[in-house]
Design a protein around this ligand. Sequence first.
Ligand SMILES: [Zn+2]
Ligand SMILES: [Zn+2]
Length: 147
Amino acid sequence: MSDNIGLSLDELRENLEKECIQPSYHRLKILEYLQAHRTHPTVDIIYKNLSKEIPTLSKTTVYNTLKLFVSKGIVQELTIEEKEVRYDADTTQHAHFKCTECGGVYDVALESTIVELGTVTEEGHKVIDCQVYLKGICKDCLKSAQN
Ligand SMILES: [Zn+2]
Ligand SMILES: [Zn+2]
């Protein structure tokens, strides 16, 4: 898993320009939020937290910005549950573990890459995305169940 927490706004701006994305203030702040919060937030959570700091931000802007980031491959979209799309600035291959008790979504390291994106399978299908979802009880909930 890559660990790029703590990129400066200048570095984030460069990342966006590399992908030919106009680095507007809203886009930079949304990317910064995702880099800093590895909790796999939804549009609602990002909007709720950022709009306190940026009153001009709309939920539509958050939604459209995330769609743009996903299409450029700088953010990945997770759909562990239907109707609950979450976003992750870590685009390396890792599994996601959803806790059925607290609802938290945690990163789980994979021993190795399952499949390289772009690979054509034996059956002739081309892989463009790979998501691994696990469900269970997270370590914190396990601990509090013991107490
Ligand atoms: Zn939990
Ligand atoms: Zn993740």
